[in-house]
Design a protein around this ligand. Sequence first.
Ligand code: SF4
Length: 234
Amino acid sequence: MRVIGVIGYKNSGKTTLIEEILKHSDKKIAVIKHTKEDVELDRVGTDTYRLSNAGAKITVLATDKKTVFFTDRMDLENILSVLSDYNIDFVIIEGFKEGLKRLNIPKIVMLKDKEGNELIDDHTAMIIEDYNYNIDDVLKVIYEKAVVPTMNLNCGHCGYNCKTFVKAVVKDEAKWDDCVLAKGIKIIVDGKIIPAVPFVSKIVGNTIKAMIETLKGVDNPKHIKVEIDVSKLK
Ligand code: SF4
């Protein structure tokens, strides 16, 4: 799962751009939209409100068409960590200006009537002015510059820290898959991603894959997730 942001002031065309991306891309894309407006979905008196108010940590409203999760406010790190469990190729984040900066996520900056220049920084992968863009160019930027969320691990295996790595990616001096976390193996211990050198990742990944492939019912697996509750091991 790789991420990229789209930022710009109100009416700069962010949502329309994301709509166009979704229409023209054949990838599996999730969208996170940040809004400062108070969107009242879980209104006082509704069943979901009553259940949340009674103490449910998460309330899930399941209809025949949609499933909606109601939970407490989450920061960008936590939202991305939840989405990483879904089989998606890209996450496009609309807004979350500070979160993008904090997590070193590259971005497309939308300018309108010359407003928004101050949003441009070292992590800007593309600048779009007054709705002028070619959608193929936008998709190329997403496919080449979106990165695996590094969460500021700063392990140094790519030869950079996470911040300078993204700077190098947007300048075409590094490739998104130079990051150790893009190698297909993610080791998470107590909710924290642990960076492993590519060599160790490869050994761990290939060993687990070989063991899993011997199990009954497993045929040519594409994605393997193993969770270990250490307290239950004997
Ligand atoms: S390899 Fe990835 S996680 Fe490690 S410093 Fe580079 S960008 Fe950050």
